[in-house]
Design a protein around this ligand. Structure first.
Ligand code: HSE
Length: 347
């Protein structure tokens, strides 16, 4: 029976949910998946850090109050975030990186990934910043160090997208995709169809925890742009930088636009897309589009995400599901660990 030693970097909603799942499901995972997880370290800029090579109690970690320096309450803990020690010296086989996304330079998450890969640890992450901004470098490091680097949760949380397209759709000839890749903006557009104003709908999305603290990245398309870069580079073999993707959002859509669309059975959606052209180049964009009633994404409402792959052999293949949420995103980390477990490249 395999037991992976795991260190959690960032202990906000996602890694805390992973600790909760470990507490509740480790025995079941042993039976169903052939491995269990032992948490040997946790670090968080706000809460501090803790290392115990014999294993920390996952239920106690999940229940710790979210107050500054809370890890100092644990026997081996400290209020300081010793990120480098936890990543390099806790004896972990796998680093679960789930810190905040920095859309400008992907830091400090990218450095956390580098430290882990350079010291021979597998990395699983839900963070789109390092992948969109430093993906090629991190993949080179992964190869050079003979480890795994998995990031299913960087697009659409635990809803399978990256591995589905890369593995299950391999050979189908994926030529492009269109996606509803931001829950907040789709929720806002849906509520506007029901008569709410833009600002009210955004406030509601914040209350429900979908929107970022500053929802600009959600409604102006910046969050989707990072996801488009990840998908296009991953699935279409592109080498896009963030600035290669033309980007606009939904803040210019008025209640009047929405009402006019409804009269003709059409719906406004924020669409992130990329397509391989005949000359092999890949063009990508993020923009609000008026979808006709026949479009595969037209029925996606509320905070749900979806992506429609355009394939040569199957036509449109569409997958929809949650694009955010604590447990939903923690599941993406589990699915990454399942992938590395079955890859044969185990610790
Ligand atoms: N704020 C994002 C959304 C979270 O609304 O989809 C996931 O990236």
């Amino acid at each position: 029976m395999t037991e992976y030693k795991i260190a959690l970097v960032g202990f906000g909603g996602v890694n805390r949910a992973l600790a909760q799942l470990i507490a509740e499901r480790n025995a079941r995972w042993q039976q169903e998946l052939g491995f269990s997880l032992k948490i040997v370290g946790v670090t968080d800029l706000f809460l501090g850090s803790v290392i115990d090579r014999n294993g920390l109690d996952a239920a106690s970690l999940a229940a710790l109050p979210a107050v500054k320096g809370a890890f100092a309450q644990l026997p081996e803990g400290t209020a300081e975030a010793f990120n480098e020690s936890v990543i390099k010296h806790s004896g972990a086989d796998i680093i679960a990186e789930a810190t905040f996304t920095n859309p400008k330079d992907g830091e400090p998450a990218a450095t956390f990934c580098r430290w882990a890969l350079e010291t021979g640890k597998h990395v699983v992450t839900t963070n789109k910043g390092p992948i969109a901004l430093h993906g090629e470098e991190l993949k080179r490091l992964t190869k050079a160090n003979g480890v795994s680097f998995e990031y299913e949760g960087s697009v659409m949380s635990g809803t399978p997208v990256l591995r589905l397209a890369r593995q299950t759709l391999a050979g189908s000839g994926v030529q492009g995709f269109e996606g509803i890749l931001n829950g907040t903006s789709n929720y806002v557009l849906t509520r506007m169809e029901e008569g709410l104003g833009f600002a009210e709908a955004v406030a509601k999305a914040q209350q429900l925890g979908y929107a970022e603290a500053d929802p600009t990245a959600d409604v102006e398309g910046h969050d989707v742009r990072l996801k488009v870069v990840v998908l296009a580079n991953e699935l279409l073999g592109a080498h896009l930088q963030v600035n290669d993707v033309a980007c606009s959002g939904i803040s210019g859509i008025t209640s009047n636009d929405i009402a006019q669309a409804r009269d003709s059975g059409a719906r406004w959606k924020l669409i992130g897309s990329a397509r391989r052209d005949a000359d092999g180049s890949v063009n990508a964009s993020v923009e609000a589009r008026l979808l006709p009633s026949s479009h595969p994404l037209v029925g996606i409402s509320g905070a749900t995400n979806a992506v429609a792959f355009d394939t040569e052999l199957l036509g449109a293949v569409t997958v929809s599901g949650p694009g955010a949420g604590r447990i939903e995103t923690a599941f993406a980390l589990l699915s990454d660990i399942v992938a590395l477990h079955t890859s044969g490249r185990q610790a």
